[in-house]
Design a protein around this ligand. Structure first.
Ligand code: 2RA
Length: 332
């Protein structure tokens, strides 16, 4: 397999390289792709050095698979060109997620639906991935009626500029071009991304629309509040669920324990619960604080944490590539 990584120098691109090493993903050739200013730099992967190239050259070299983490505009322009040339594109941007002709994939939930015709595959938003994976099998068993989600999102979700702003403010300094309109060190911002006409943010509406698409159920009521917090390790989410059907907590725990990609950490009395500091660098989605919500019928509260650069982006994308390599590339 000839694999391209578009946006290889960014936070997610670098995490993709680490996940590829960790998973020992096999490939015949690697095309690290970045913007003009990075062309000629070298990337080392699995003991070999590769020279960073531009998009045009990468397209000419016809990779079998290309993982894009280079922003929506680049994906809008270049993903169709790579797909047209026969490449399977796994795109981390929001460009194709809600396109009705494109699949939005969390491998543990719906990779099985992929076919050789799916040449542009959308990686969901990080805060969607961890949430939808945690609730996916609960939905299948107890049928979710409504979700109320509060997220506490890492600054790494914004990118290098946000981490630079945090680290400067931590030293009492200011940065020339801050990532956020207010200080983030020792502060929380009551929004992630920009506000829309409905007074929700793009991030919050991604949780609404992407969840319904991945679970294949537009009837689920969903509302979300996405908060930016001065944390590096990952996104945390408080999820309140109203089910159609009654449940026992023991049943819920068993379903979560049997959900692929989910790890239950739920012994609060002994200080065992998910935390972003502990999730950093790991590939699983961690679930704890599992408890009934008696204020409504069939109500449940969960606390869900995952490394947003890992399962929220790089790991999910590499898992899609693994699925393609094992089930589809062999047949094309
Ligand atoms: C964020 N989910 O956390 C968005 C983009 N990665 O900012």
């Amino acid at each position: 397999m000839k694999l391209a990584i578009v946006g290889v120098t960014g936070l997610v691109g670098q995490e993709i390289c680490r996940v590829i090493e960790e998973f020992n993903l096999s490939f015949d050739d690697l095309l690290p792709v970045a913007s003009e200013r990075s062309i000629g730099k070298t990337v080392e992967l699995k003991g070999k050095k590769y020279s960073v190239i531009g998009l045009e050259e990468a397209l000419q070299r016809k990779p079998d698979v290309a993982i894009f983490s280079a922003g929506g505009a680049t994906s809008q322009e270049w993903a169709p060109r790579f797909a047209e040339a026969g490449t399977f594109v796994v795109d981390n941007s929001s460009a194709w997620r809600m396109d009705p002709t494109k699949k939005l994939v969390v491998p543990e939930i719906n990779a099985k639906d992929l076919t050789a015709d799916d040449r542009i595959i959308a990686n969901p938003n990080c805060s969607t991935i961890q949430m939808v994976l945690a609730v996916s099998q609960l939905h299948r068993k107890f049928n979710i009626k409504r979700l109320v989600i509060s997220t506490y999102q890492s600054i790494t979700g914004t990118g290098v500029k946000a981490v630079d702003q945090y680290e400067a403010e931590q030293k009492g300094k200011l940065v020339d071009a801050p990532a956020y309109p207010h200080p983030i060190f020792d502060n929380c911002l009551p929004h992630c991304d920009v506000f829309l006409d409905n007074d929700y943010t793009k991030e919050e509406m991604k949780l609404v629309h992407e969840t319904r698409k991945i679970l294949g159920d537009d009837s689920i009521g969903i509302t979300a509040t996405a908060i930016r917090v001065p944390v590096h390790g990952g996104h945390s989410e408080s999820i309140n669920i109203e089910f159609e059907h009654p449940f026992d907590i023991e049943e819920v725990v068993t379903v979560l324990q049997n959900t692929e990609g989910v790890v239950v950490q739920d012994n609060p009395a002994n200080g065992e619960y998910p935390m972003p500091l502990m999730a950093k660098g790991k590939n699983d989605v961690f679930v704890g604080r599992i408890r009934r919500d008696d204020s409504i019928e069939n109500g449940l509260n969960l606390w869900v944490v995952a490394d947003n650069l890992r399962k929220g982006a790089a790991t999910n994308a590499v898992q899609i590539v693994q699925h393609l390599a094992k089930n589809i590339l062999v047949a094309v």
